[in-house]
Design a protein around this ligand. Sequence first.
Ligand code: HEC
Length: 158
Amino acid sequence: MQRGYTVRAIPMTVATRALRLATFLSLGLTAAAAGQSEASEDTGPADDPAAVNPTPYTQAAEKRGRTHYLRHCQICHGFDGRALENIDFEATDLTDPERWRFGTTDGDLFRSTKHGAGLDMPPFEAELDDAEIWELVHYLRSLGPEEYRAAAEPENPP
Ligand code: HEC
């Protein structure tokens, strides 16, 4: 199976990048629309799958997200997010959005972290407040392929 992110190492032309970004954005919109029609209860904007990270991207925010990650997540998802070491929990490879089962929007990552996902991903509601989870979302984006970052990171972050 061809996986999009494997071409990451090959230098992309501007046109290719633009095309991939456009594809990603339209997929995102479709996913957002699907999510909306499935949503049965109103859990507020922070739990909206279509939510965009309300914390502006900065390197400082991403770095704080990394601190939360190393403290709470690496035990299962691994130092680099690939979840290669821990065989007790089949934790998701967080560098590969194509394998994610619970969505790829900022809102989806927020929800999976706050409320848990599947059987073995614990909720972090008690350990992390919403602002910390949004910082984590910035860090999770930095682990994955570039096209999944584009929406979150402006060209020249302060
Ligand atoms: C106790 C082990 C464990 C810890 C700690 C843990 N996770 Fe997970 N995580 C899992 C497992 C297992 C899954 C897969 C759940 C499934 O697919 O049924 C998962 C899934 C996820 C998903 C959903 C991926 C998808 O398929 O959509 C996200 C996002 C995630 N974890 C983020 C985090 C973050 C962020 C932290 C730290 C705050 C964290 N995890 C801590 C075990 C863990």
